[in-house]
Design a protein around this ligand. Sequence first.
Ligand code: AHM
Ligand code: MG
Length: 285
Amino acid sequence: MRTLEPIFEAIKKSAFRIQKAITDEDTDYSSQSNQSGDIQLKLDILSDLIIAEEFSYIPLIKAIASEEKEEEDILNPDGELCIAYDPLDGSSLIDVNLSVGSIFGIYDGEWDAKKMIAAVYVVYGPRLEMVTAYKGNVRHFIYRHERFRELEQIHIGEKGKLNGPGGTQQFWPTHHKQLIDTLFDEGYRLRYSGGMVPDLHQILLKGGGLFSYPGTTDKPNGKLRKLFEVFPFAYIYELAGGYAIDDKGGRLLELGCENPHDTSACFFGSKYEIDRVKEFYGATK
Ligand code: AHM
Ligand code: MG
C-alpha cells in the first residue's frame, strides 16, 4: 500500500536543515529573481536546493514544482505524486527575525487542486513546528530534544477573535475595507506579521478568525500563489474544520490552475468570519 511517510520524513529532514541555515547563514540577496519577480535571498535558493535534494531520494515522487523555479522538475517518470512547495515563505522577514515557513502541497499525479491528497507546513520561529493534513487528520508536531514529537490534533472553532488582513490598504476594494473595519468594530484583534505561515498557524491554534489576501487594484488576482501557498492552506483549513474561499465565494480547492505561478484572492477562516466575507462580497456560491 502507498504510504506518504517517506515524504513526511524528507520534509522533517529538510526542516531541520533549513532551520540551521536560517540560524547560521547571512540574509544577503542573490543576483537572481524568481518567476514572480522577487529578488531571491541566498537562503531562498539554499532552502529550495535542500528540499529538492531530500525529495530526490523518493521514487514515489514524479515531479516537483517550487515557487523559486520557473518550471516543474520531473524526478521519476514512473512516480505517482507531484509536490509543489514554497521553500521559504516570508523570507524577507528573516532579517528582522520574524517567523517564516515552508509550505507543501502533495497532488496525486497532476497539478490539480482536486487531486490534492495531503498538505504540510513548517514554521521556523522561536520553535520548529510542523503541521500535516492527511487522511482526515491535521496533526501538529514540535521539534524538541532532536526529534519531532506529536502534540494534539488541530481543530478550528466556529468563530474566532483574530483578523489578519493582507495586502496594501490603499489598493483594497471598498467592500473589503468595510469587511475588515466591521470585524475590528466587533472586537477582532489585528494579528498580521506578513508571513502567511505563522499568521495562518496562529489563527488555527488560537481557535479561529480570518486571514485574507484580497484582489486589489494593483493585483486583481491577489498575491498568493495557488499551487504553492493557497491550495495547501485551503486543504489544511478545510480538514481542520474551517473554510477557504475566493472572492466569488467558491471553494479555493475547486479553482483551476493554468500556470504554476497563478495567484488567487483568498480567505481562510472559521465559519462565522467566512460567512461575513460572503456577505460583504455579495458572494452567492
Ligand atoms: P513570498 O512568498 O515572496 O515570501 O510572499 C508571500 C508572503 C506571505 O507570507 C504573506 O502573507 C504575504 O507575502 C505578505 O504580503 P503583503 O506584505 O503584501 O501583505
Ligand atoms: Mg511564498
